[in-house]
Ligand binder design. Structure first.
Ligand SMILES: Cc1ncc(COP(=O)(O)O)c(C=O)c1O
Length: 399
C-alpha cells in the first residue's frame, strides 16, 4: 500500500492533471488479468478501453514487438518498410478499402478523414463544400478539429473558438440529417455504434439511410470505427452488421493490440485526393507499430476471435440481462459482440470503484453507463466471474 501511496503522490506532483484515475498502480498483465504493485489481481473488462483485443502480453504480439524492436524500430515515411505494406494489404483485403494512411491515434485518424473529405470536395471543384455533419453524443477525439466534430459541450467547453464548418444533428435521426444535408456538405462522420456516448446502437435502416442520403448529394460517408473496429462487435468492422460500406473509415485502439497506431482507410477514388506532401505523420505506421498491428490482426483472424467476440458477447449480454432482472438500479443492457453498455438509474462511478475493490476493472461510457469491453479472448469462466462481482456490488449499492 505504501508503494501505491508513494507513486500516487509522485504522480500528483508531476503529471498533468487530465485524468480522474482509479487509485491503483498496475504493473503486470497476462490474458484477461492484470496485477497491481501490491500483487493484487484484477479481471480486466476495460482492456485499455477496447484496445487489448488479444489480452495482455499475448505471445504472438510480444514476439512480434521483440523481433521488430531488435531489427528496425523506426525510420521515416521517406522510405518503404515491409510491415507497413503488409498491414495495409491486410486491411484492404478484409474491408471495403483500397488505400491506408497510418497515424498514431483515433483522433489523428479522424483528423486525416476530415482533411481528406475537404480536399476531395475541393479537388472536384466544390470550393464551398466543406461542411461535416456529425452526431450529438458522438465522440471523435480531443484535437481541436475532432473535439469540434464531437458534438458534446462537456468536451468543448473552454476551448472555443472551435473549428468552423461542423453541423450537429441528433444520432439515429435520418430526418434531421436530411434537413441538414446540402451542396455544402462534404461528409457525414458517424460511429456505427456510439461508444463514449453510452453504447448506442442505431435503428435498422439508419446507416443504410445515411449512405443513400450521401449518394444523393455527393457527400462522403465516414465511419469512425476507432472503438467498434477490429472485431470488437462480433464482426471485423461494425459496418458489416448493416451491410453498408462507407467511403472512409477510421481505426485505432485495437488495431495495434496495445501499441499506438491509427489508420484512415478509403476507397481509391477518395484516397486519390491525398498526394505527396498533402498529409503526413512522423511516427505514422513505423516498423514497430505496424509489425505489432500485423501480428495482432493475423492472430485475431487465425484464432477466429471475431466469432468468439460474437459468441462471448451474446453470453455476457444474457448474464447482464439476468442482472437487469434482479436489480432495479439497472435500466437497460445493450450492445453487440463484446461492446456492451449497462445503463443505471444512477452514476456509474461509485459502482466501478466497488468493482475495482472486488477485483474487476470496468469503465463507464457516459455518466450512467457501465461499459464492458474485455479482451476478445475472454473465457466463459471469466465472464461468469465478472458478472458475479458486479452482482455482489449492485446488491451492496442498491441494498
Ligand atoms: C469512436 C472514437 N473515435 C475517436 C476516439 C479518439 O481516439 P484516441 O483517443 O486514440 O485519439 C475514440 C476514443 O475513445 C473513440 O471512441
Amino acid at each position: 500500500m505504501d508503494r501505491t501511496k508513494d507513486l500516487m503522490a509522485r504522480a500528483d506532483r508531476s503529471l498533468a492533471n487530465t485524468y480522474a484515475r482509479f487509485p491503483v498502480i498496475l504493473q503486470r498483465g497476462e490474458g484477461c488479468r492484470v496485477w497491481d504493485v501490491d500483487g493484487k489481481e484484477y479481471l480486466d473488462f476495460v482492456a485499455g478501453i477496447a484496445v487489448c483485443a488479444l489480452g495482455h502480453c499475448h505471445p504472438a504480439l510480444v514476439q512480434a514487438v521483440q523481433t521488430q524492436a531488435a531489427r528496425l524500430h523506426h525510420v521515416s515515411n521517406l522510405y518503404y518498410i515491409e510491415p507497413q505494406i503488409s498491414l495495409a494489404e491486410l486491411l484492404c483485403r478484409h474491408s471495403f478499402a483500397d488505400r491506408v494512411f497510418f497515424c498514431n491515434s483515433g483522433a489523428e485518424a479522424n483528423e486525416a478523414a476530415i482533411k481528406l473529405a475537404r480536399k476531395h470536395a475541393k479537388d472536384h471543384g466544390n470550393e464551398k463544400r466543406f461542411e461535416i455533419i456529425t452526431m450529438e453524443s458522438g465522440f471523435h477525439g480531443r484535437t481541436l478539429a475532432t473535439v469540434t466534430a464531437t458534438a458534446q459541450a462537456k468536451y468543448q467547453k473552454g476551448f472555443e473558438p472551435l473549428l468552423p464548418g461542423f453541423h450537429y444533428v441528433p444520432f439515429d435521426d435520418l430526418t434531421a440529417v436530411e434537413r441538414a444535408l446540402g451542396p455544402q456538405t462534404a461528409a457525414i462522420l458517424v460511429e456505427p455504434i456510439q461508444g463514449e456516448g453510452g453504447i448506442r446502437i442505431p435503428s435498422e435502416g439508419y446507416l443504410q439511410g445515411l449512405r443513400k442520403l450521401c449518394d444523393e448529394v455527393g457527400a462522403l460517408l465516414i465511419f469512425d470505427e476507432v472503438q467498434t473496429g477490429i472485431g470488437r462487435t462480433g464482426r471485423l468492422f461494425a459496418y458489416e452488421h448493416w451491410g453498408v460500406e462507407p467511403d472512409i473509415m477510421t481505426l485505432a485502439k485495437a488495431l495495434g493490440g496495445g501499441l499506438p497506431i491509427g489508420a484512415m482507410v478509403a476507397r481509391e477514388e477518395v484516397a486519390a485526393s491525398f498526394t505527396p506532401g498533402t498529409h503526413a505523420a512522423t511516427f505514422g505506421g513505423n516498423p514497430l507499430v505496424t509489425a505489432a498491428a500485423f501480428a495482432t490482426l493475423t492472430t485475431l483472424l487465425e484464432e477466429d476471435l471475431v466469432f468468439r467476440a460474437a459468441q462471448m458477447g451474446e453470453r455476457l449480454l444474457q448474464e447482464l440481462r439476468k442482472l437487469q432482472a434482479a436489480h432495479r438500479a439497472v435500466k437497460m443492457v445493450r450492445g453487440k459482440g463484446l461492446l456492451i453498455g449497462m445503463e443505471l438509474d444512477r452514476e456509474a462511478k461509485p459502482v466501478l470503484a466497488r468493482c475495482l475493490d472486488g477485483g474487476l476493472l470496468l469503465s463507464s461510457a457516459g455518466e450512467k453507463v457501465i461499459r464492458f469491453a474485455p479482451p476478445l479472448i475472454v473465457s466463459e469462466g471469466e465472464v461468469r466471474q465478472a458478472v458475479g462481482v458486479l452482482d455482489t456490488v449492485l446488491r451492496e449499492v442498491t441494498g
